[in-house]
Design a protein around this ligand. Structure first.
Ligand SMILES: O=C(CO)[C@H](O)[C@H](O)COP(=O)(O)O
Ligand SMILES: [Fe+2]
Length: 223
C-alpha cells in the first residue's frame, strides 16, 4: 500500500505512430497523468521503436506533458544525458545494461530531471539498494521488455510488495511504476501491493474510448 499519488501513464508504444502527436493529446485530454515513452534499440531488447528526435518533437508539441522515458537500450550511460536534454521529465534505464549506474543516475539528476531504474522479471531487487537514496522511481517490469500487449507475469505482484517493504526499511519514499500487461483487472492489486504509477499501452490505446479505459484503471486503483 502506498500513499504516493496515483498516476496513469499510457504507453505510446501502442499508439498509431502515423499520428503520434494527436494520439498523445487525445490520451492527455482523456485524463492521462504521464506519457510513457518506450525507447528500444534492437540490442537490449529484440525490437526497435523510437529515439531522440521523437522525444524532441513530443516536447515541442506538448510542452506541459510529463514525458516518462523508459530506455530499453544497451549502454544507457551514453544516452541518459541526450534524452534528458531532448525533453524527458524522467529518464529510466535498466541498471544491468549500464557500466556505471551511479554515474548515469547522477547525470540525469544533474540535468534537473527525475531518475528511475527498471527491474526485469528475473532481475533481483538488490540492484536498487545502493542507489535508492538517489532515485525518484523504480519501475517493476511485469512482462519481459520488448513488446506491448504481453500477458502480465503474476509473480511480479509479490515483487512490488517486496520493493515497497525494502523502501520502508531503507527509509525512502519513491514512486513505484509497474509496466506490462496492466489493465483494470489487476490495477487494484497493483496499487495495494505498492505501485502508484501504472503504465498501460494496449489496455488504453486498444480500447474504443480512451477516457473510459483510463477511468476504469483509475477507479480500480483508487484505494
Ligand atoms: O516497456 C514496455 C514493453 O517493454 C511497454 O511499456 C509495455 O509493454 C506497455 O504495453 P502493454 O500495456 O500493452 O503491456
Ligand atoms: Fe515501458
Amino acid at each position: 500500500m502506498t500513499t504516493r499519488p496515483l498516476r496513469i501513464a499510457p504507453s505510446i508504444l501502442s499508439a498509431d505512430f502515423a499520428r503520434l502527436g494527436e494520439q498523445c493529446q487525445e490520451v492527455i485530454d482523456a485524463g492521462a497523468d504521464w506519457l510513457h515513452v518506450d525507447v528500444m534499440d534492437g540490442h537490449y531488447v529484440p525490437n526497435i521503436t523510437i529515439g531522440l528526435p521523437v522525444v524532441e518533437a513530443l516536447r515541442k508539441a506538448l510542452p506541459d506533458a510529463f514525458l516518462d522515458v523508459h530506455l530499453m537500450i544497451d549502454n544507457p550511460d551514453d544516452f541518459v544525458g541526450p534524452f534528458a536534454r531532448a525533453g524527458a521529465d524522467l529518464v529510466c534505464f535498466h541498471p544491468e545494461a549500464s557500466r556505471h549506474p551511479h554515474r548515469a543516475v547522477h547525470t540525469i539528476k544533474s540535468l534537473g530531471k527525475k531518475a528511475g531504474l527498471a527491474i526485469n522479471p528475473a532481475t533481483p531487487l538488490s540492484w536498487i539498494d545502493h542507489l535508492a537514496h538517489d532515485l525518484d522511481m523504480v519501475l517493476i517490469m511485469s512482462v519481459n521488455p520488448g513488446f506491448g500487449g504481453q500477458a502480465f507475469i503474476p509473480h511480479t505482484l509479490e515483487k512490488i510488495a517486496q520493493l515497497k517493504a525494502r523502501h520502508d526499511e531503507l527509509g525512502v519514499d519513491l514512486d513505484i511504476e509497474v509496466d506490462g500487461g496492466v489493465s483494470p483487472s489487476n490495477a487494484a492489486q497493483l496499487r495495494q501491493a505498492g505501485a502508484n504509477v501504472l503504465v498501460a499501452g494496449s489496455a488504453i490505446f486498444g480500447a474504443p474510448n480512451y477516457k473510459e479505459a483510463i477511468d476504469a484503471i483509475r477507479q480500480q486503483a483508487t484505494l
